[in-house]
Design a protein around this ligand. Structure first.
Ligand code: TMP
Length: 211
């Protein structure tokens, strides 16, 4: 039975998740909670190999079902190898993206539908659901420009702004579907202001957890 604390970060490409994940990890440490941080797709050797395959710019002909299954395969390995064992030991795990990314990118933006993505991912995640999810809410064009200033785009980022706009719409829909779990964070503010919002939600959550 899961005992630990499972926190996920979501948002479009360039929405500033990494900075906030590092701040949250340090904050939890200051409260004597050692958190493991992982990213999706990836986080363990097999899943990092799958990541390379998915994000490779040369794979322009990848079918959207293949893409969804590869994300799910990478997730299944990460969940069984790292996330569930850590949670079962009562530890905290912060994950950069989780199944919500598949709902939004594959289910919504690629048009596969939430139900198909959910059925496949129920197997991949063993029905694990985050305790809290931070959706980094920022205008997709601003986020994309920010991301493109930091290096070459991968295959998903190369889809362009109209794809990122669909992704953004998908996150808005998803946050309406799961209002208790998904906390919308204004990610266009400064780093400290964004973090103070995240900290506020985390403090509330910590009161309900023995970790
Ligand atoms: P990253 O750039 O945040 O590391 O994520 C890699 C890309 O993969 C990003 O464009 C989002 C996309 N993605 C999906 O399309 N579906 C998923 O399930 C996940 C985890 C990521």
């Amino acid at each position: 039975m899961k005992k630990g604390l499972f926190i996920t970060f979501e948002g479009g490409d360039g929405s500033g998740k990494t900075t906030q994940i590092n701040l949250l990890k340090d904050y939890l440490k200051s409260k004597n909670i050692e958190a493991i941080t992982v990213r999706e797709p990836g986080g363990v050797s097999i899943s990092e190999k799958i990541r390379c395959l998915i994000l490779d710019n040369q794979n322009t002909d990848m079918d959207k079902i293949t893409e969804m299954l590869l994300y799910a395969a990478a997730r299944a390995q990460l969940v069984s190898q790292v996330i569930l064992p850590a949670l079962n030991q009562g530890r905290a795990v912060i994950c950069d993206r989780f199944v919500d990314s598949s709902y939004v990118y594959q289910g919504f933006a690629r048009g596969l539908g939430i139900d198909v993505v959910q059925n496949v991912n129920n197997i991949a995640t063993q029905k694990l659901v985050p305790d809290i999810t931070f959706f980094m809410d920022i205008d997709p064009t601003t986020a994309m420009n920010r991301r493109l200033n930091c290096g070459n785009p991968d295959r998903l980022e190369s889809e362009g702004v109209s794809f990122q706009e669909k992704v953004y719409e998908g996150y808005i829909e998803l946050s309406k579907m799961f209002p208790n779990r998904i906390k919308t964070i204004n990610a266009s503010l400064g780093i400290e202001e964004i973090f103070s919002d995240i900290k506020k939600h985390t403090d509330i959550l910590l009161k309900t957890f023995e970790i």
